[in-house]
Design a protein. Sequence first.
Length: 400
Amino acid sequence: MNAFLGQTNLFWQAAVFVLALAVVLLGILFQRRLSLSQGLVNQLRTERDATAQRQREMEDQAKAERQTLFNSMIEGVVLIDRSGRIQLVNQSLEKQFALSVDVRGQTLTEAFRRPELTQLLARLESERNVLSCEIEVGGAQIGYFEVTAATVFDREGRAQGAIFVSHDLTRIRQLEHTRREFVANVSHELRTPLSLIKGYVETLLDGAISDPELSAKFLQTIERHSNRLTNLIEDLLTISRLESGQITLQMRAIPLRPFAASLIAELQNRAKERGTTIVNEIPEQLHGRADPDRLEQVFVNLVENAIKYGRAKGRVAIKGRTLNGHVELCVADDGPGIPAEARERVFERFYRVDKARSRDAGGTGLGLAIVKHIVQSHGGKVWVESGAGQGAQFYFTLPV
């Protein structure tokens, strides 16, 4: 009996031990599975975060590439979303409309305060055509822009917003203005001598030709204005060829002092009419590289202007020096000078500082424009320095 009880106790002890061991093993197995599950969850979470990060980076890169593409465009671009808010503006448009702040998120009215743009956007809601308008933008300089607008649709044909493209027309409008001004000036310059010539011819035909003294005077006037027309046409042809690059320069080294001296001798008669003294102050050894015929045009135009607009019985000086690898030449007078507001425009075609005096003194109004083009075709530059009552100094440079 005692032996049976001993065996029973051993059985239960073994069973308890086995059960405890099983519990421990199950716990270890559960802990391991729990760790594996947690690791898998962490791995999945990490991969999800990495995927989201890559997606954000791809989206940011796409936005950056899109912005770079838009910024590289010459035309200004604005993208509008369905709610009418600005989503993108490129650098060209910011420059065109002088935007100083970020306008993304604003409406067209808030950003630009241009009713034309707001009206275009309103029309797009009812019309599916490409619309456009022209806008004048003021400021330090006036600009003209053609704005084209179109609705942006998704694949299902639903409106997703709008795109506005602004094309700069400023240069075209300036050229149109220059052309109109040029035609008007040429017409005026031609009309004046033609009217005078016609009037004197009619007077001669009406009987004045029988008066020798009067007819001689009229014919001299006709000849003078005919020469004026000839000079105008020659100057127009010259500036046209210079601007189109049709004139080939025959460059050679020129001793500048004797070159200027020969021109001074030819202009002495005109200088004597106003009692003007022309002084050659160019150094003896100074040489420049230029086309002799074109350089003569430059000197003659500048010296004739100095004689006409300088002080009566005054002094005109021709100077020269070598400076920074170039020859700098100057024609200076002691006249009333040129106002500050006119110094930047004196080289424009037909521009006259004193219109009444210029017409009386003659000339075509193209002389300084021709000077500018000739000097620039030599690779030089031309400018004027002047002060009230201090005369005018016209400078230009040539290659050594």
